[in-house]
Design a binder for this molecule. Structure first.
Ligand code: PGA
Length: 250
C-alpha cells in the first residue's frame, strides 16, 4: 500500500480578522516541530497574504476559487489570484458552498481543475446529509459525488478528498468509527475505479467535529489519512493537539 503521510487542514470558514493572525505562528511552529504530518490552514481570502507572510513554512490555503481564469464575475476570486497572494492550496466543494451557493458537482470539478491549472493543490469535499444516512444512501451519495466531481488528471501529488458528513459539521456529533471506516474504504474503492493505481496515494481526510479529544481515535481508522478541521482550527490551543495526534498516528 502506498505510504500516505497524515494531513491536517484547518478551515477557518468566515472567521478571522487581522487580530487572528497571531494564532498562526504557534500552529506553524508545531507543524515544523513534528515529523510525519503535513499541516495546512485555509483562511479567509482577505487573510491569505498576511498568513503566508506570518508563517512562510506553513501551507496556507483558500476555501474556494472560481472556475474561470478571469472575467465578469463580480465578487469572485480566481485560483491565480489566490496563488499570487500566497495560497498553495484551496478547498473546493465544501457542503456549505454546495448549499449556500448552490454549487453542483460539475462546478466543483471545474473549480478543482482551475485550481490545479493555477498551481494550487486541492481538497475536494464530499458528504451526505443526515436524511441520506438515515435512508441508507450515505455511501452511494458520497461515491456519486466523487464520480461526478473528480477532476481530469487527478493525482495524489495535488488532490486530497475530504469526507465530511454534513450532520457532523459544527454539531459536536461524530459518526462511529465503523461508519467512518466503511465510508473511507468505499471512497478508496471508487477512486480505484476512476483513476486506478493513483488512488492508493490520494489522502482521504475525515471532517466534522474533529477535536483534540477524538482525533486520535478517528485518525486510527483505516483509510483515514488526516482531518479537515473547522471550529477547532481557530485557535492554536485547540488545533495543535490535533496536529500532535496526527503525528503520533503516523
Ligand atoms: P467542524 O467543521 O470541524 O467545525 O465541524 C469542519 C468543516 O466543515 O470543514
Amino acid at each position: 500500500m502506498a505510504e500516505r503521510r497524515k494531513f491536517i487542514a484547518g478551515n477557518w470558514k468566515m472567521h478571522g480578522l487581522g487580530s487572528s493572525v497571531s494564532e498562526i505562528g504557534p500552529i506553524a511552529a508545531a507543524a515544523d516541530a513534528l515529523d510525519g504530518v503535513d499541516v495546512a490552514l485555509c483562511v479567509p481570502a482577505t487573510l491569505i497574504h498576511r498568513a503566508a507572510k506570518a508563517a512562510p513554512t506553513l501551507s496556507i490555503g483558500a476555501q474556494d476559487c472560481h472556475q474561470e481564469d478571469a472575467g465578469a464575475h463580480t465578487g469572485c476570486i480566481s485560483a491565480a489570484m489566490l496563488a499570487e497572494v500566497g495560497a498553495s492550496l484551496t478547498i473546493v466543494g465544501h457542503s456549505e458552498r454546495r448549499q449556500d451557493q448552490h454549487e453542483s458537482d460539475a462546478d466543483i470539478k471545474a473549480k478543482a481543475e482551475a485550481a490545479r491549472a493555477a498551481g494550487l493543490s486541492v481538497i475536494l469535499c464530499c458528504g451526505e446529509t443526515e436524511a441520506e444516512r438515515d435512508a441508507g444512501q450515505a455511501v452511494s451519495r458520497v461515491t456519486d459525488q466523487i464520480a461526478a466531481s473528480m477532476p481530469d488528471g487527478a493525482a495524489a501529488d495535488w488532490l486530497t478528498i475530504a469526507y465530511e458528513p454534513i450532520w457532523a459539521i459544527g454539531t459536536g456529533r461524530v459518526p462511529g468509527t465503523d461508519d467512518v471506516a466503511e465510508m473511507h474504504s468505499a471512497i478508496r474503492a471508487k477512486l480505484r475505479d476512476l483513476i486506478g493505481d493513483e488512488a492508493e496515494g490520494i489522502r482521504i481526510l475525515y471532517g466534522g467535529s474533529m477535536n483534540g479529544g477524538n482525533a486520535a481515535e478517528l485518525l486510527a481508522v483505516g483509510d483515514v489519512d488526516g482531518g479537515l478541521v473547522g471550529g477547532a482550527s481557530l485557535s492554536a490551543d485547540k488545533f495543535v493537539p490535533i496536529i500532535e495526534a496526527a503525528a503520533k498516528a503516523s
